[in-house]
Design a protein around this ligand. Structure first.
Ligand code: NOJ
Length: 557
């Protein structure tokens, strides 16, 4: 397997709106980010993935871009952005920018032109269709509820939007559009960025004819997805992008790809494929979703999680590359989701970090995860800001669903769980802003914050710091093989890694009860060193695991 810097890296994701506000307007900004780079350096991360900072009307917090080459005023100026890049590079940190090119904002100049007339030169930058029998052109649904089509009066046709109606899908069938995108990518690469995280990039090729989805009722994900995910020209488009742009730079590329399988991921990331470096897949994020999809919350099943993660570990080994993550700006906080955000918050957050970070793949940390930040419960729906949550709430209410039931699912799965302001200290709003934050803070910032964590050697922060440094010290972590043990155990997650004459055993108790397991015959812990543990007094008897314990052993020779 070829060694690459991006395989050995740990990426920290910044959601700029909620990270740090420098000017008191309640919205995080670029100067705020600059002021926290030393904090990130201390954590030890190598790469920052910055969620969109481009000009945007913020229907979907920046994932609806109205100008790809401009910085949003609320975040600062291009000069601020350039200073940020310089300050990152000075600290040996790389910057990966978000690339959102499945769709733009409806306020982008291209769309403003496109909707004007059927013969406008920009018409084919988007996907326009006539209605069918006075209705939408097909039965595809938007990921954000309702139809994926919006009727536009000016020309009497519908445009496709897989996300909100302010996010019209770009038409990748049009070579001129593709060229514009490649030019825009070069614009940022010439400024010196180190890569792209590509938003829903496996949605850009749609099945020609845009056929109706069969059995549209009761789908777990927007109906029609089989016609817009991993479509027929996707590999051709990515290979073209690679040839035209990516191959000319030493950069990191990660494709966000809902619905991708390990076999498909090998096609996207195989070294002989000339497409992308790694995928960001979602299968493990569906572990607590029922047949009704994301909002249909079911109890978490560890055995199912093990099956999924193992499939990805073994399916990509030597053939492709994966991302390791628990959190991002779309997911609830992992300590609330799979751990215990009460009594065992610190311990279970460290256990989850260990479980993830000692596997193969490029590791990601989402802002606040390193503090063990938790989900939030706002009492009123009016306090929620996320378009996906609000659209879903409205749709379910109009279908007569009970308010409290819907709120329960929002508490567990809503994206705003991840978007509350970063908790820096115990000042008002966790020190995120001296003004009024755009979204309410999680009231637990008084106890859970960075200042507190940095004063406590036993904090979640320092556990992450240690995991990051282990990845740098031991090649076995990025490159070793993976083997799962106790596949059917409902509470213990155990695996070994192997690389040359080195081995690691990771034992995690994913429960609040003590677990006793049989010896793993192939690994003699009495000869091993403890690599990392979340137990203060780690017992010599390796096979009694205390509540939420995670201990990893290292053996050489
Ligand atoms: C995925 C992004 O992560 C999410 O935040 C966004 O809403 C959709 N793509 C649409 O851009």
């Amino acid at each position: 397997m070829t060694k690459k810097w991006w395989k050995e890296s740990v990426v920290y994701q910044i959601y700029p709106r909620s990270f740090m506000d420098s000017n008191g307007d309640g919205i995080g900004d670029i100067q705020g980010i600059i002021s926290k780079l030393d904090y990130l350096k201390k954590l030890g991360i190598d790469v920052v993935w910055l969620s969109p900072v481009y000009e945007s009307p913020n229907d979907d917090n920046g994932y609806d871009i109205s100008n790809y080459k401009k910085v949003l005023d609320e975040f600062g100026t291009m000069a601020d952005w350039e200073e940020m890049l310089q300050e990152m590079h000075k600290r040996d940190m790389k910057l990966v920018m978000d690339l959102v090119v499945n769709h733009s904002s409806d306020e982008h100049g291209w769309f403003v032109e496109s909707r004007k007339s059927k013969d406008n030169p920009y018409r084919d930058y988007y996907i326009w269709r006539e209605g069918k029998d006075g209705k939408e052109p097909n039965n595809w649904e938007s990921v954000f509820s309702g139809s994926a089509w919006e009727y536009d009066d000016s020309t009497g046709e519908y445009f496709l939007h897989i996300f909100s109606k302010k996010q019209p899908d770009l038409n990748w069938e049009n070579p001129k559009l593709r060229e514009e995108i490649y030019d825009m990518m070069k614009f940022w690469l010439h400024k010196g960025i180190d890569g792209f995280r590509m938003d829903v990039i496996n949605f850009i090729s749609k099945v020609p004819g845009l056929p109706d989805a069969p059995n549209p009722e009761g789908k777990s994900f927007a109906s029609g997805h089989e016609y817009f995910m991993n479509g027929p020209r996707i590999h051709e488009f990515l290979q073209e992008m690679n040839r035209e742009v990516l191959s000319h730079y030493d950069i990191m590329t990660v494709g966000e790809m809902p619905g991708v399988t390990p076999d498909e991921a090998v096609l996207y990331t195989g070294e002989d494929r000339d497409e992308l470096n790694m995928v960001f897949q979602f299968e493990h994020m569906d572990v607590d979703s029922g047949p009704g999809g994301k909002w249909d919350v079911i109890p978490f099943d560890l055995v199912k999680l093990k099956t999924i993660l193992t499939k990805w570990q073994t399916g990509l080994h030597g053939k492709g590359w994966n991302s390791l993550y628990w959190n991002n700006h779309d997911q609830p906080r992992i300590v609330s989701r799979l751990g215990d955000d009460g009594e065992y918050r610190v311990k279970s957050a460290k256990m989850l970090a260990t479980l993830l970070h000692l596997m193969q793949g490029t590791a990601y940390i989402y802002q606040g995860e390193e503090l063990g930040m938790t989900n939030v419960r706002f009492s009123s729906i009016d306090e929620y800001m996320d378009i996906e949550t609000l659209n879903m709430y409205r749709e379910k209410r109009s279908q007569g669903k009970d308010h409290h039931e819907i709120m329960k699912s929002i508490y567990v799965k809503g994206r705003d769980n991840a978007r509350t302001p970063m908790q820096w200290n115990s000042n008002n709003h966790g020190g995120f802003t001296v003004g009024e934050p755009w979204i309410k803070s999680n009231p637990n910032y008084k106890d859970i914050n960075a200042e507190e964590a940095l004063q406590d050697p036993g904090s979640v922060f320092f556990h992450y710091q240690k995991l990051i440094s282990l990845r740098k010290e031991h090649e076995i972590i990025p490159y070793g093989t993976f083997e799962l043990h106790y596949a059917d155990h409902p509470s213990v997650y155990a695996y070994t890694r192997a690389y040359g004459n080195e081995r690691i055993l990771v034992l995690c108790n994913v429960s609040g009860d003590q677990q006793v397991i049989e010896n793993i015959a192939s690994f003699d812990t009495t000869k091993a060193d403890v690599l990392i543990t979340n137990e203060e007094q780690h017992s010599k008897d390796a096979f009694t695991l205390k509540p939420w314990e995670a201990t990893a052993y290292y053996l050489k020779g």
